[in-house]
Ligand binder design. Structure first.
Ligand SMILES: CC(C)(COP(=O)(O)OP(=O)(O)OC[C@H]1O[C@@H](n2cnc3c(N)ncnc32)[C@H](O)[C@@H]1O)[C@@H](O)C(=O)NCCC(=O)NCCS
Ligand SMILES: Nc1ncnc2c1ncn2[C@@H]1O[C@H](COP(=O)(O)OP(=O)(O)OP(=O)(O)O)[C@@H](O)[C@H]1O
Length: 198
């Protein structure tokens, strides 16, 4: 089984690309979804987050107030480092388990791993190749501001909390440009998927 890492900056279009890939019946492991599971109520990572950031980061029902925690960590790199320290090893462990389960089942020749921080989190060793979703900075900024209702400063902070795109390109086997419309993205992905099968 081949594991393909799908990466790119925040709001570059990884989820949009994943949805296209899934239409071909190819499974996609979603790192953002796993990152949510490990901070569910009762999980040790949530207790550690509350231990450091305080009860203020919880909603009245005890779940994590993601919007609030995001506004704290993406404007303070030291605090982001602490959140990463609490969450990343647990996310990696779950991803490793999921990949192992897919390999054991053996019912799919290809599995994708959608992870914005694939390179930053040293997960390159988990994948056989890397596909990078690339997007022009101004378009990324506009899409991020619109999708998440962020100010320009908040959006820039989030983009800059990740490895610059030009740096990520050095690790990519395939670069997909998502600066144009949806159809343009879809055509490129289809082309690369056909390339694997042939
Ligand atoms: C800070 C949190 C609570 C904000 O939650 P929110 O629901 O607003 O965003 P969500 O989790 O959907 O992430 C959206 C995007 O933000 C970017 N992002 C998330 N975490 C990080 C991080 N630690 N560093 C840089 N960028 C990040 C990614 O591009 C991600 O796709 C949340 O992102 C979090 O817990 N992050 C730490 C875990 C992590 O690193 N997740 C990413 C795994 S690839
Ligand atoms: N080609 C496109 N044309 C127009 N809008 C797009 C295109 N691709 C993605 N978008 C929009 O841009 C936003 C970001 O895309 P998406 O959510 O897929 O990014 P992502 O890389 O998964 O983000 P994150 O890193 O936050 O998980 C979404 O609102 C999406 O609908």
């Amino acid at each position: 089984m081949k594991v393909i890492g799908l990466t790119g900056g925040i709001a570059s279009g990884k989820s949009t690309a994943s949805a296209i890939i899934k239409k071909f019946g190819i499974p996609v492991i979603d790192a953002d979804l796993i990152a949510r599971e490990i901070v569910d109520v009762g999980q040790p990572a949530l207790d550690e987050i509350v231990g450091y950031f305080g009860k203020e980061v919880l909603n009245p029902d005890g779940t994590l107030n993601r919007k609030l925690l995001g506004s704290i960590v993406f404007s303070d790199s030291k605090k982001l480092e602490i959140l990463n320290h609490i969450t990343h090893r647990r996310i990696i462990e779950r991803i490793e388990n999921k990949i192992a389960m897919c390999k054991e089942r053996g019912d799919h020749p290809i599995v994708f791993l959608d992870a914005a921080l694939l390179i930053e989190m040293n997960m390159r060793k988990l994948v056989d190749e890397i596909w990078l979703i690339s997007v022009e900075h101004d378009i990324q900024l506009k899409r991020l501001m619109k999708r998440d209702g962020l100010s320009i400063t908040e959006a820039e902070n989030r983009i800059h909390s990740q490895m610059p795109l030009e740096e990520k390109k050095k690790y990519a086997d395939v670069i997909i440009d998502n600066s144009k419309d949806y159809h343009h993205l879809e055509k490129q992905i289809e082309g690369h998927l056909m390339g694997i099968h042939s």
